[in-house]
Design a protein around this ligand. Structure first.
Ligand code: C5P
Length: 400
């Protein structure tokens, strides 16, 4: 969705400017061309060298180069861009944008930009809550600027509250949504997505889990919501922000996840089972911390219920998509799961492929159904989410 898009990344003087480095990297990974404009104050928070290296373009700060007089044309920049993202946006810059002040290149570029504009505010909680800031934000919203809400949490001042700039992944998802030309093709459909690792408690302080980060499932949930679907994201342990328009239901253990999914299944049009669900759970959870002694101990593990197989047994005309993360004999294992769990198709990723599977922002997958196997090159998890949801749309269209 973001591939080939021209993004101006405007950076203002806030501590959150350090997150602009990650933001720039994510935009580049998504295939964007990025030009960075900084206010003079922003240079105190993150160096032009860092941003020039990450964006692979010189940084723009001044109206002209004092060495040779070369003009930095904000008009040409505004015309070049598909989107102007100002992140972080300080209270000062938001106020100037709302009043049309044009005393630096970042602001004149805003006034010249014909493309969609988004701001990600970052400031202390009282500054954010102040009526003036809120009025400036509503003025900007009325004029079509997308405001990417800050999150709550610890702030540079040591206080805690609303004012932390949204996380880079969240900002990139908002930009993708802003630039999305896709129709709301899944409006009226309800999908369940499971994501992340389950946690199986051993005692009040210990548990069994796995390496899943939830990135793939969260990307799929975001993609489904971006196309207009109602999404119930049944989430195990992750540290990811909830994608826009998605309802997250926390279900940490395999048993909780089973309940959350099966309760919603009768009303759903489909599910994507992306979670790394524990196959075994401790038979007994100790009520208090297990004390060490000189002896070895063993923990008796019992099987969890297979959520995918349960809903697959009662699939009707719903769509069910599964994942297979394999280390060997990949095709045979994936095919067996396709049949056993009654998936419409299964997404195979192999830990033998570099850049696939857990943790990273990329994945290399094959989509397998009862008739065919389609292999894809290494892609970002966002792009993988797009091809999976494209395939879901094809299935829906074929059933009409
Ligand atoms: O059998 P295996 O765990 O490899 O199957 C993987 C697929 O089944 C994934 O789609 C996963 O989310 C789903 N699954 C499940 N409930 C389980 C185990 C796996 O939904 N208890």
């Amino acid at each position: 969705m973001l591939k080939g898009k021209h993004i101006i990344l405007g950076i203002t003087g806030s501590i959150a400017a350090y997150k602009a480095a990650m933001l720039c990297r994510l935009l580049k990974t998504a295939g964007c061309q990025v030009r960075v404009v900084m206010t003079p104050m922003a240079k105190q928070f993150i160096t032009p060298l860092t941003m020039a290296t990450l964006s692979r373009n010189p940084i723009l700060v001044d109206f002209f180069d004092p060495e040779n007089g070369a003009w930095n044309s904000h008009v040409a920049l505004g015309e070049w861009a598909d989107c102007y993202l100002i992140a972080p946006a300080t209270a000062n810059t938001l106020a100037k944008m709302a009043t049309g002040t044009a005393d630096n290149l970042l602001l004149t570029t805003y006034l010249s930009a014909r493309c969609p504009v988004a701001v990600a505010p970052a400031m202390d909680l009282d500054m954010y809550a102040h009526v003036t800031t809120q009025l400036n934000l509503s003025t900007l919203r009325e004029r079509g600027v997308r405001v990417i809400e800050p999150g709550e949490g610890e702030l540079a001042s040591g206080l805690s509250g609303k004012g932390r700039m949204a996380e880079p992944e969240e900002i990139v998802a908002e930009i993708a949504d802003l630039l999305s030309e896709k129709k709301k093709s899944l409006a009226g459909k309800h999908f369940i997505v499971t994501a992340g690792a389950t946690i199986e408690p051993i005692d009040p302080v210990r548990y069994i889990t796995n390496h899943s980060t939830g990135k793939m499932g969260y990307a799929i949930a975001g993609e489904l919501a971006g196309r207009g679907a109602r999404v119930s994201l049944v989430s195990g342990r992750t540290s990811l922000p909830v994608p826009k328009g998605v309802e997250r239901i926390d279900a940490l253990s395999a048993a909780d996840m089973y309940v959350a999914v099966t309760a919603r299944w009768p009303e759903a049009d489909g599910a994507v089972m992306c979670a790394a669900v524990a196959d075994y759970t401790p038979e007994h959870v100790a009520a208090s911390k297990i004390r060490k002694s000189d002896d070895d101990i063993s923990i008796s593990l019992v099987r969890t219920r297979d959520i995918a197989a349960s809903v697959g047994a009662d699939k009707g005309s719903r769509i069910l998509v599964g994942f297979a993360l394999e280390t060997d004999d990949e095709q045979a294992h994936a095919e067996a799961k396709l049949v056993k769990k009654n998936f419409d198709f299964i997404v195979l990723n192999s830990l033998r492929d570099k850049g696939a599977g857990f943790r990273g922002d990329t994945n290399k997958v094959a989509l397998i159904d009862d008739k065919s196997r389609t292999d894809y090159p290494l892609m970002s998890k966002r792009e993988v989410a797009e091809i999976i949801v494209d395939r879901i749309e094809e299935l829906i269209d074929n059933r009409k």
